[in-house]
Design a protein around this ligand. Sequence first.
Ligand code: GAP
Length: 447
Amino acid sequence: MEKVVSLARRRGFVFPSSELYGGLGSSYDYGHYGVLLKDNVKARWLEAMVRERDDIVALDSSIILHPKIWEASGHVSGFTDPLVDCRTCKKRFRADQLAESECGRKPSKHPGETPDCDLTEPRQFNLMFRTRVGAVEETGVDVYLRPETAQGIFVNFKNVAQLARRKPPFGIAQVGKAFRNEITPGNFIFRTLEFEMMELEYFVPPADSARWHEYWVAERLAWHVRYGVREENLRARAHEADELSHYSSATSDIEYRYPMGWSELEGIANRGDFDLTQHTEASGTKLEWVDAGTGERFVPHVIEPSLGLNRSLLTFLIDAYDEEVVAERDRTVLRLHPRLAPVTTAVLPLITKDAAMVEKAQALRDELRRHLSVEYDDSGQIGRRYRRQDEIGTPWALTVDEQTLSDDTVTLRDRDTLAQERIPIGGALTALLERLAAPWSPPPRAG
Ligand code: GAP
C-alpha cells in the first residue's frame, strides 16, 4: 500500500486533505490525474449500468433530505458502530476493529494489549453527520448529510416509475457523495469521511429476488474484471446472518485482496421490500407498482449493488501498480485499463528545440484532444518523459521525430509491451480509437 500511496501523492492523484493545517484524518483531496481517473471510473460504471441497458434510468437526488427519511430508513436508530474509548490515551477505536488499530501510546501494539490501556465498554455511535437547515438557529431543523444515496432513490420511486413507464424488473442508478463519521484505522482512501457512491436500486417482482441477486453478483464481478482487476484478486462472499445490515435479507460482498487482506470492495444486498414499506408507512403514500392494464399490484423487492467510487479507484490503482527493470533501469508502471487511464496518449516532440517537430507535435495534440485525453510533454529527455507517462498509466505515446518531418509517420509506443511501431500521423486517431475499443486484460505482473 505504501508504494501506491507514495505514487498517488508524487504524481498528484490523491493528497491528504487540509495538510496546510496539519491534515484532517480520513479525508483526501484529488489532484489532476485523480480527478481524470475518478471521472473515467464513474463513466464506465454509468455506461455499464445505464447507457448499455434499457431497464435502468439515472437519478441525481439531494444530499440533504427530509430528516424523517432517515428515521423511516432505520438509519437514526440503527446506523451505528460500536466504539470504545481508551481512558489512558484518550483515543477512540471501533470495538470490532481493535486488531487492526494502533494503541495510542504504543503503536506496535493493539488497543487493550498494554497494561496501561484502559478501554471503556463498547457504546453505539451514529455514523451520520448532523447539521442544521434554517437561517435562524432557534427555528432551524436538524438534518443529516446522507450516508448512502439509496434513500434518495426510494423516495423518488413513484416519480421515476411513472415517468419512466417501466415495469419491474427495472432500476434507478445514482452516483453522488455520501458522508459517514467513521473512526478508521487508516488504509489511505479505503474508508473516508466523505466519498462518492455508485448505487443501483433494482426493483423486481418479489418471487424473483433471489435470482436477480445472483444475477447482479455475477454482473458486478464481471464489471471489475472487464476494467482490468485481476480475477485471482476478486471473490464473492455471502454475509453470515449476524453481519447483515438492518435492511438486508441477503448480502454478498465482492471482496478484493488488498494489501491489508481480503476486504469489501462492493456490496450487493437484497433489501427485500424493507425501504418501500418503511417509506409507505412513514409518509402515508403507497410505494408500490400497479399495472394500469390489469390492475395487478405489488411492492417490488430491491436488489442493490453499491460501490464506493473512491474505493474502486483505489482498487484499480493497487491492481495496476507494477515495477520492473528495463535496460538495467527501474520502471514503475500503472497498468490501468486504457479506458480508465487519466491520459489516453502522450504526444512528445523528440527534440524540443526543433521548431518543425514542435509544430507537428502540437498540431497532432490539437487534433487528438478533440476526441481523447491527451498530454503534450516537451520537458526533459525522451526516456524520462516515457517514464513519467508510465507512472500515470498512459497506455500509448506518440513521438514526433526527424523521420516525421520527411514521411509524416510517428512512433507509437505501447506502455505494456514497450513495442514501438511507425504509423502515419494522419492515421493516429483511428489507430488509438481502435486500440481503445479492443478488449483489454492486464499483462502478468513483472514485479
Ligand atoms: N446503500 C448500501 C450501503 O451503503 P455499504 O456496504 O455501507 O452499503 C457500500 O457501502 C459501498 O460503499 C462499500 O462496499 C464501499 O465500496 C463504499 N463505502 C462504504 N463506506 C465507505 C467509506 N467510509 N469510505 C469509502 N467507501 C465507502
